[in-house]
Each structure stands twice: as structure tokens, then as C-alpha cells.
Design a protein around this ligand. Structure first.
Ligand code: PMP
Length: 419
């Protein structure tokens, strides 16, 4: 068992120790992006100094070497989510992965009056591709309603609800919310039932794992999900790299998202045929350093992080933060407080009389980074009856001391505005 020691882990992340431009740097915006360990940063630098060449094309030694590294990274990611190697497709991130499914598969298959089911808690990345497509095709989007008392979908029973029915082509849902944290009931039993129900009526399921890939064991075989999407930068990896998992059975029916170099098996003047997955889904030069860098991030997580312990650590931080916030009368926490205290990785709140952006800007002047706004979930924010909130989000290197400093600074901000 790996011992969880956030103070020790923090030492591996150089940016968290920068003091030159500010007297301190407390990073609490991990749901937006996570920081990178020296191990990954050094690798990226070393990659360009030692290995840089294109993949799949060149027969020279460096070309072969870098292709092997790139494929090794794919294999590591496949193992991480219990997929087969050819089911892991590199993209630029969650957003591109979801647009990929919308354009390359659903656009080809969606008919008038077909339905796409999503939840009321989606990030824009898992809403706008479907909205645009539904509008083009004259099809419908249906929503799994959020229970505003529990901030979860516990009113939705896939077995008895007819929301998912013969007209449904795709159920595309968030795995964990970037505003509310965990939202599915009873450790994903509900999610599994939902996937079963979708398959029963002939629909496919996409899971937006952007907020969970770095903290929850995702087993695509156990879930029996058809697509999952996530970003490398939210799991201590580089930006510009993401993953789309496409279940093997779908490879015949999901078209290439882009066409071009490296994905073809044969091209003539008036015809072309594609290589098998994953190559047919990766036209052009891929983000090579980033993909291999993501493999390194996974090495780091595998070596140092036990997800069970990480969950306890993040929940403790949330619990401590919530206890502090509840002592400030101007603060209202958004979400299921009990659940956030036991399973959370983030806490959103509003401050009476002070706009979230002002809170964030003033905290930043005090060396503290948090997110403010609608968190790319405008319809959800409206549903919650607010126009913006402050979000504190944790990861493996955050400590109770970070929370203490944050709370102290928040009180200063509130006192300043009250004057
Ligand atoms: N879905 C969720 C739940 C997210 O939190 C995010 C990032 N905030 C995205 C999708 C989009 O991720 P990216 O910007 O890396 O494509």
C-alpha cells in the first residue's frame, strides 16, 4: 500500500514552490487543470532533446524508437482503463473526443425524431456538440433531471423511467460534475443500470470522464461503456492530449473523424481505404510528445497514488473546507454537503453581495488560485439559481494548510468588501 503524504508529493511539483512573483502560490483550481510533476516536465524536455521524430512514417532508428514509445504510451493508457490497446484513440482532449463521436458517428446515424439523452449537469463540452447536431438533424435532446434537493440524479431509475427508449441513439453523460462533484447514486450502481438499459433499447453510451480519470478507477469493460472521453492535462499530464476510448465492436461503424496522412491503407485517384483502429482515427502527425508525456503521468500515478487513499484525502480537504466555510455567514455552499464531505474533490459556493469574479481576483492578489464563473456549465448554473460561483478544487498535492490559508484570505476579502 502506498502511503499518502500530500506534503511529500507536493515537492514533486515545481510550480507549487514558485515564489518569485508572489510571496506564495496556493493552487486550488485543479478541476480546470492539474499541475505537472518534475518527472513529466523533465521527460518532455528530454523527449525533444533525445527522441524527436515523426511516428509510423520513417524507417530510420529514431523513427522506429519514437513509434515504440508512442505505442507504449497507448498500451499504458489502455491498461489504466482496462481497454484493449486498439480501443485507445489519441485526441487533443475531452472536447475533441466528444466532438469526434458527434461528427464521425452520431451525425451519420441520427435521424429525425431520434433522441440523445444527457443530464442537466453537463459541461458545455458534453452539451454543445449534441445541441448543434440535434438542431441540424431535427432530433431531440432529453435530460436526466437533477434533483435539486440532493444535487444528484437519485430520482432517476433507469429501469422504470421511459426517458431512454427505442428512439434513443446515444446517452452521453458526465461521470462526475465539475460543479457538484459526484452525482450518481450508490457508487455507480445507477450508472451501470443506465448503461444496461441503453443497450437493451439499442442505444450507445458515452461517459465524460474529464473529472474522474485522475481520481477514480475506470474499468471500461466492467462498465460496458461504448465511448469514454478524458483529457491528459487534468491528470498531471501535458495539455494538447486527450483520449477517446471507442469499444472494439464500434470500430466498423465509427468513421474516421479526420482523413489525411498515416491513417490510410491504400489511396488511388478516386478511392481510398483506411487502416484498422487506432490508426484510422489518427490522421496526420499526432501530439507525440504529449501522448508519451501522458504515459509518463500515468507511470507517476501508478507508482505513487492509491486512488482509495486519494479519495479519502480529497474528501477530508473538502470536509475541512466546508466546516470553515459554514462559519462564514455570507457564504452559501452549492451542492450536497454530506456527499461532498465524504466523496468530494471540489466545493462551489457563493458569497452574499460579492461577485465570484471579485472573490477570485482578490484571492489571486493574495497568492491563491481558484476558479469563478459558470464553470462552462451555464444551463446548470441557471438551474441552480445563481449566475456564477467560486470553485475550490483539490488534487493530490493540496494540504490542510492550503485550506487554512484560503479561509483566512477569504475572510480578508469579505471584510474588505463589507467596509
Ligand atoms: N467535461 C468536464 C466535466 C470538464 O470538467 C471539462 C474541463 N473543465 C471538460 C469536459 C472539457 O475538457 P477539455 O477542456 O480538457 O477538453
Amino acid at each position: 500500500m502506498k502511503n499518502f503524504d500530500a506534503e511529500k508529493l507536493k515537492k514533486d511539483f515545481p510550480i507549487l514552490h514558485k515564489k518569485s512573483d508572489l510571496y506564495r502560490f496556493i493552487y486550488l483550481d485543479n478541476a480546470a487543470t492539474t499541475q505537472k510533476p518534475k518527472f513529466v516536465i523533465d521527460f518532455i524536455k528530454n523527449f525533444y532533446e533525445r527522441y524527436n521524430a515523426n511516428v509510423y512514417r520513417s524507417i530510420h532508428d529514431l523513427g522506429e524508437e519514437v513509434t515504440t514509445l508512442y505505442e507504449d504510451a497507448r498500451a499504458k493508457i489502455a491498461k489504466f482503463i482496462n481497454a484493449d490497446t486498439q480501443e485507445v484513440i489519441f485526441t487533443s482532449g475531452t472536447t475533441e473526443s466528444i466532438n469526434f463521436v458527434a461528427d464521425a458517428w452520431l451525425a451519420e446515424n441520427l435521424k429525425k425524431d431520434n433522441e440523445i439523452v444527457i443530464t442537466q449537469a453537463e459541461h458545455h463540452a458534453n452539451f454543445l456538440p449534441w445541441l448543434r447536431l440535434a438542431q441540424k438533424k431535427d432530433s431531440k435532446i432529453k435530460f436526466i433531471d437533477l434533483n435539486l434537493d440532493t444535487f444528484s440524479f437519485n430520482n432517476f431509475d433507469p429501469d422504470t423511467s421511459d426517458l431512454i427508449n427505442e428512439n434513443t441513439k446515444l446517452v452521453a453523460i458526465i461521470h462526475s460534475s465539475n460543479v457538484l462533484g459526484d452525482i450518481w447514486d450508490k457508487q455507480e450502481q445507477q450508472l451501470k443500470k443506465l448503461i444496461e438499459k441503453a443497450h437493451k433499447v439499442g442505444a450507445k453510451v458515452l461517459l465524460d470522464c474529464a473529472q474522474t480519470i485522475s481520481r477514480k478507477k475506470i474499468d471500461v469493460k466492467d462498465l460496458d461503456v461504448d465511448f469514454i472521453a478524458f483529457s491528459g492535462h487534468k491528470m498531471i499530464g501535458p495539455t494538447g492530449i486527450g483520449v477517446l476510448f471507442i469499444k472494439k465492436e464500434m470500430h466498423e461503424v465509427v468513421e474516421p473523424y479526420r482523413v489525411g496522412g498515416s491513417m490510410v491503407s491504400f489511396v488511388a485517384w478516386n478511392s481510398a481505404s483506411w487502416r484498422k483502429a487506432p490508426n484510422k482515427y489518427e490522421a496526420g502527425t499526432p501530439p507525440i510528445a504529449q501522448a508519451i508525456g501522458l504515459g509518463k503521468a500515468i507511470d507517476y500515478l501508478n507508482q505513487y497514488i492509491d486512488f482509495g487513499q486519494l479519495k479519502i484525502h480529497e474528501a477530508k480537504l473538502c470536509s475541512y473546507l466546508i466546516d470553515g466555510l459554514q462559519k462564514i455567514k455570507e457564504v452559501k455552499i452549492i451542492g450536497n454537503i454530506e456527499r461532498l464531505k465524504t466523496e468530494g474533490h471540489l466545493v462551489c459556493f457563493v458569497v452574499d453581495g460579492i461577485h465570484a469574479h471579485d472573490v477570485s481576483a482578490f484571492l489571486s492578489k493574495d497568492g491563491i488560485s481558484v476558479r469563478s464563473g459558470n464553470h462552462c456549465a451555464q444551463p446548470l448554473t441557471e438551474l441552480l439559481g445563481i449566475d456564477s460561483s467560486v470553485r475550490v478544487s483539490f488534487y493530490l498535492y493540496n494540504t490542510m494548510r492550503d485550506v487554512d490559508i484560503f479561509l483566512e484570505s477569504l475572510e480578508k476579502v469579505i471584510n474588505f468588501f463589507k467596509k
